[in-house]
Design a protein around this ligand. Structure first.
Ligand code: HAM
Length: 420
């Protein structure tokens, strides 16, 4: 039998209620902040990610699913959502519309990474992007949305917000020079990737997972000591706003993020509950991205959460979320009553109940067993007698009581007794 590709995961119906709860919460929370949904293609021209995500990142250098289509174009499955939203924002003329522009997305994304718990090759994200606002209130709004979303999922107490500023182009250039000074004496002992990062983008060295390199990053200079006056003021205001809004954070100067487009604010929400892949949500400001894509410069800020990691965390805290179980099972005893059971089930569904009936031609005993397995509270039994009388026996499984109810009154009867 052919097996699922490495790093992918089937989402099975038994867990759908959890998955859907995350998506519903994402939609509802985004809506509270005035974000509307955007859908962009699963694949884009490779060039978009080279420019948008950045050619010094691992994502672009090692992890993209890139292929030539039949027309000979280089196509890439999206490794994240921000670049596609940025393209759509510009291409559809939304840059000329009312600002701020706020959009959210629920997407699958693809990265050719080494799979482990919480790290997949196809994974899913809830992301939100806000364009047009340069003020720190916009950074605060994105973080408040992210924070409320995690709280709504029951993860407020088990996640930590880590905040940093990586400055603007000019202060980052000074910082990059300071990092080069710091790493220069050791660069010969560092990994091949870091040697390349040293010339192209030394900030990336801070993100290296290699133990041999980590020992040189521990005492590296901090970006926060190199921020220019404007970047410092922006960061201070953001911290103040978060404190006033009651959102706790720690400043973590090690956060540089794995994508090149950030400027000023970067942030991550991490948890101790899910192992090494501890970041459930990450984002930041990216004022330079549109310019990098040859569009009119527009300030922007956003984030994305990894849905699989959220689910792992929710399972670890034993989420109080419960599945909505069927309300009623309609049992039949012979061919005629089974067919009536199907039609009665259909009538009850029309009145808002979740209903199942026998499609397997099981014995009455086996139908009760199955109804119990489904977790229903009522079994409606129809036999020859009931067909003749136009009424059914409604059994209340938890109290083992039964009552005879006319076919047309069953939905109301169940709705009334369900309240007790
Ligand atoms: P990212 O940090 O690359 O940022 O991904 C965001 C989140 O997606 C991560 O924190 C993680 O939870 C999840 N994630 C990433 N890779 C994987 C994987 N291989 N398996 C499972 N989950 C994964 C971005 O994607 C940016 N576009 C976020 C952003 C939006 N910044 C501004 N706007």
């Amino acid at each position: 039998m052919i097996q699922i590709p490495k790093g992918c995961k089937d989402m099975l119906p038994a867990d759908a209620y959890l998955w859907q709860a995350v998506e519903d919460t994402a939609r509802e929370t985004a809506q509270l902040y005035g974000f509307k949904e955007i859908r962009t293609p699963v694949f884009e021209h490779t060039e978009l990610f080279l420019r948008g995500v950045g050619d010094t990142t691992d994502i672009v250098n090692k992890e993209m699913y890139t292929f030539l289509d039949k027309g000979g174009r280089s196509i890439t499955l999206r490794p994240e959502g921000t670049a596609g939203v940025a393209r759509a924002f510009v291409e559809n003329g939304l840059q000329g519309g009312a600002m701020p522009f706020k959009a959210y997305y629920l997407i699958s994304a693809f990265r050719y990474e080494r799979p482990q718990a919480g790290r997949l090759r196809e994974f899913h994200q809830f992301g939100a992007e806000l364009y047009g606002a340069a003020a720190p209130t916009a950074d605060a709004e994105a973080i408040l949305l992210a924070s409320r979303f995690l709280r709504e999922l029951g993860l407020g107490d088990v996640t930590t917000l880590r905040l940093n500023s990586i400055g603007c182009k000019s202060c980052r250039a000074r910082y990059a020079e300071a990092l080069r000074e710091h790493f220069r004496p050791h660069i010969g002992e560092m990994c091949e990737d870091c040697r390349e990062r040293f010339t192209k983008n030394p900030l990336r060295i801070l993100d290296c997972k290699n133990e041999g390199c980590k020992k040189f990053t521990a005492d590296a200079p901090s970006m926060l000591d190199y921020l220019c006056e404007d970047c410092r003021a922006h960061f201070e205001t953001l911290k103040q706003l978060l404190t006033q809004a009651g959102v706790a954070y720690i400043v973590d100067p090690r956060i540089v993020r794995g994508l090149d487009y950030y400027s000023r604010t970067v942030f991550e929400f991490t948890t101790d509950l899910i192992g090494a892949q501890a970041t459930v949500l990450g984002g930041g400001r990216y004022d330079g991205l549109l310019e990098q894509m040859d569009a009119k410069p527009t300030p922007a800020v956003g984030f994305a959460a990894g849905i699989e990691r959220l689910l792992l965390a929710m399972q670890a805290v034993e989420t109080p979320l419960v599945e909505r179980l069927p309300d009623v099972y309609v049992a039949g005893m012979d061919t005629a009553s089974r067919q009536r059971a199907l039609l009665l089930a259909e009538e009850l569904r029309g009145q808002g109940l979740i209903v199942e009936c026998d499609l397997m031609e099981r014995s009455l005993k086996a139908q009760f067993k199955y109804a119990d397995k489904l977790g229903v509270r009522y079994v409606v039994v129809i036999g020859e007698n009931e067909l003749n009388m136009g009424e059914a026996e409604v059994k209340h499984l938890s109290t083992s009581t039964a009552e005879r109810v006319k076919f047309g009154e069953i939905a109301q009867y169940i709705k009334n007794s369900r309240r007790f």
